[in-house]
Design a protein around this ligand. Sequence first.
Ligand SMILES: [Zn+2]
Length: 234
Amino acid sequence: MSTENRVIHGNGFPRVLAFRRPADPMRIYDVTVPLSSEVPAFPGDPPFALQRVSRIEDGSPYTLSRLAMGSHSGTHVDAPCHFIGGGATVDQLPLEILMGKARVVELSVSEGIGRGDLEALDLSDDLRLLIKTRMSGQLRQPTFQEDYIYLTPDAAEYLAQIGIKLVGIDYLSIEKFGSQDYASHRALLGAGVVIVEGLDLSEVEAGEYDMACLPLRIAGGDGAPARVVLRTRS
Ligand SMILES: [Zn+2]
């Protein structure tokens, strides 16, 4: 198979019409929600906005944009300092936690994920846990859904106790909507468990994958948008 890109030459510059993908026996899943003005923001958070400040179409030699967004936009990572005063910032999170074997589990709960739902799984071999629920894919709907699936404080404490180092979920918060004490966030972040929110696991089956979860390296950041990909394991 050709590995050449399909290119046309116009206006004196080549333009790629289609990227040829190198053959890879491992399948790669992009579990990141595209950032756009369509992606819902958590109520009260600044929305994502991309504003062109320069355009080729307007005669500029280049296209360039200004970005505005909350630090917890779309698929993103929560750093401990999001809820723990003096806690680690997003640029201080170890890559050894953000990359490596991850287990995807699918739970068919209708509201909160309880300790019992997790005790029923054997997580003894896992450091990174991604939880797929009925919310996967729902961030494609621009309206924020208050009845999203969350992790109960009991379940959060349990994950910290058994040594999970990273937990991901598929809507914008791991906390029950309207919680005033943020007990699930505190239980996880206080124990140094990295939280990933806003995943789209709709194309991914339960199982083990190699994960790369790379939040932007924002100095002092309380969180940051991340590109998260899973690859099937050989
Ligand atoms: Zn967050």
